[in-house]
Ligand binder design. Structure first.
Ligand code: GLC
Length: 407
């Protein structure tokens, strides 16, 4: 299998400091782009970082699990070769952005695939082991996989280096999820040793909130269609209401109903059949209320004779769907703020929807302030936090006694 590669980029954050110098690798698997990252901590403990993106083809995202991990190993080998690191025993942190039962810092059993992945024979299996098996097939690769984390945890970790008040990590991208600091005394299910620990990071996996039917009361006809058209039906109910993988499809389904009711595109003579509306289209449509720009987006999809009224309607639909999404996520974040009851909390956020959408951040700030009055908070962008956070975790883990890190 050939690998399609992007160019390598420098991705050093401006103010990150950690306590262990050296070179660390990180992998970031969760979306259609797989990232390999090299973090270097120099003698002044500044963080330098190089990242390279590899597209994971659909055939691998939906194919046999072993082939997916072989592909990851192939990308790692190619990255090491390009950076003259073949044969070096580097610690690696694996950011695996899917629900897992985490039984140790370097052990995670996949609970279910989400988003654009659905490879048979991985669910119920320990993922680091599968990665290690794939790496062992490559004789010049001597990587030591020391940690596996969720992207929300990575984002919180990266957030902590940017701002010490970080206590929530949020991903608002293809999927949506958050992690937060919980008091150990509130966790009744934790059976392992945890003497001396007062707080622990919980990966909420709130994307699956509502899978038991509890959110059915608020699901619209459109939400039901979006679910039916999704890769794994009846799962990840909450995430499908607004996250980047679905927000464009929600808008599209509403537009289709408006076309059907003859409210939209009266003057379009030939309506295209196979068109998509993406999260990026939603973001671009809301940039500065530029109706000409929206008309151009619609043209690029094959709707040629649109009017400014059509563009205005599309703008309105994108706004309503975005307001609903930002409100829903704000309700959950404000509950977390109230539950944690800390003096001042920074919410570290990563993900394309947060980065590219012109209004999400503003809406969230407004809604959270209304829903959690008396709780000081700020939203900060922890860019590429997921992957870089995994590298930072690898740096921390190598400085600790690893035998104590198992549940
Ligand atoms: C999905 C995954 C979750 C991840 C989120 C954001 O909800 O289940 O683990 O954190 O997407 O990438």
């Amino acid at each position: 299998m050939g690998i399609s590669r992007g160019k390598q980029e420098n991705c050093s954050p401006s103010s990150a400091k950690v306590e262990k110098k050296g070179k660390f690798l990180a992998l970031d698997l969760g979306g259609t782009n797989f990232r390999v990252i090299l973090l270097e901590l120099d003698s002044s403990l500044e963080l330098n970082c190089q990242v390279k993106y590899y597209t994971v083809p659909e055939s691998l995202r939906l194919g046999e699990g072993e082939l997916l991990f072989d592909f990851l190993a192939e990308c790692i080998e190619s990255f090491l070769k390009d950076n003259n690191l073949l044969g070096q025993k580097l610690p690696l942190g694996f950011c695996f952005s899917f629900p897992m039962d985490q039984t140790g810092i370097d052990e995670g059993i996949l609970v279910t695939w989400t988003k654009s992945f659905n490879c048979p024979n991985v669910v119920g299996h320990e993922v680091v082991k599968i990665l290690k098996n794939a790496l062992e097939k490559r004789k010049d690769v001597a990587i030591d996989v020391v940690a596996i984390i969720n992207d929300t945890t990575g984002t919180m970790m990266m957030g902590s280096y940017l701002d010490k008040r970080s206590a929530i990590g949020l991903i608002l991208g293809t999927g949506c999820n958050a992690s937060y600091f919980e008091k150990v005394e509130r966790i009744h299910k934790w059976e392992g040793k945890h003497e001396g620990i007062t707080e622990v990071i919980i990966d909420i996996e709130w994307g699956a909130f509502g899978d038991n039917g509890i959110l059915d009361f608020m699901k619209t006809e459109v939400d039901k269609i979006v679910d039916e058209n999704s890769l794994i039906v009846n799962s990840f109910t909450f995430e499908k209401l607004f996250s980047g993988k679905y927000i464009g499809e929600i808008v599209k389904q509403i537009l289709l109903q408006l076309i059907d009711k003859n409210v939209l595109f009266h003057e379009v003579k030939l309506k295209p059949q196979n068109w998509t509306f993406t999260a990026a289209d939603v973001s671009h449509s809301l940039e500065g209320k530029d109706l000409e720009k929206i008309s151009d987006i619609l043209k690029s999809k094959g709707f040629l004779e649109t009017t400014l009224d059509d563009a205005e309607i599309v703008y309105y639909v994108c706004s309503v769907v975005s307001v609903r999404g930002s409100l829903i996520v704000s309700i959950c974040l404000s509950s977390l703020l109230r539950r944690m009851d800390k003096k001042d909390v920074t919410i570290a956020v990563d993900g394309s929807l947060f980065k590219l959408h012109p209004k999400y951040k503003h809406y969230m700030e407004k809604f959270i302030a209304e829903l959690a009055p008396n709780h000081k908070f700020q939203l900060i962008l922890a860019e590429d936090g997921s992957g870089k956070g995994a590298g930072l975790v690898a740096a921390v883990v190598t400085s600790l006694d690893r035998s104590k890190l198992h549940a």
